[in-house]
Design a protein around this ligand. Structure first.
Ligand code: FAD
Length: 160
């Protein structure tokens, strides 16, 4: 019998970046840390995010029908922890704007999307996002695996 912890451990072996998904509902800005993010299609440009049924972000994106994926930079671990509810609330977060969307300043990449479709799968909802705008910086990304934050330098095996 496959246990939950075994599934979690196996998924944790898949090293990822860390994103903060941002959206805006009735002029209030919200963020949520997520690593379930993937590029789906180049033409048209589509991405997917996966939001748990218990996350408040679920209703927020259903309402706004738009979101931004902010790929965190290596020095933004604290932001990841804030938006995962792992450290105390009440911190002022420096949001900026990309067009009509709230985004995280200093992120390695900011990708704004309109919801193209949503699919409920088990206890998560997959949102397919049609990419409307992108902003890139030179920053290295923050890395996450086996339940820990890492930096790319530490993990570098060899230069290509
Ligand atoms: P809330 O509980 O409302 O918000 C989360 C936190 O963000 C709160 O502490 C809140 O104070 C803070 N916050 C929100 N908006 C603001 C603001 N404007 N200014 C300052 N602080 C603010 N869950 C998934 O569903 N999918 C994933 O892919 C996923 N990946 C994860 C990856 C990692 C590395 C981690 C650590 C967690 C991941 N989670 C994921 C879990 C998810 O981040 C947490 O369950 C989160 O707390 C859910 O937030 P919420 O939408 O319920 O919103």
């Amino acid at each position: 019998m496959m246990e939950d912890y075994q599934f979690r451990q196996a998924m944790g072996k898949f090293a990822t970046g860390v994103t903060v998904i941002t959206t805006e509902v009735e002029e209030e800005v919200y963020g949520m840390t997520a690593n379930a993010f993937m590029s789906v299609s180049l033409d048209p440009k589509l991405v997917v995010i996966s939001i748990g049924e218990k996350a408040q972000m679920l209703e927020r994106i259903k309402k706004s029908q738009k979101f931004a994926v902010n790929i965190l930079a290596a020095d933004q671990k604290e932001l990841s922890m804030i938006f995962a509810g792992q450290i105390e609330e009440g911190k002022e977060v420096p949001f900026s704007r990309l067009g009509d969307y709230p985004v995280i300043e200093g992120a390695a990449a900011q990708i704004t999307c309109e919801v193209s479709s949503e699919h409920v799968e088990g206890d998560h909802t997959l949102f397919i996002g049609r990419v409307t705008n992108i902003h890139l910086t030179e920053a290295n990304p923050l890395i996450f695996y086996s339940g820990r934050y890492r930096s790319l330098e530490e993990e570098e095996v060899s230069a290509i």
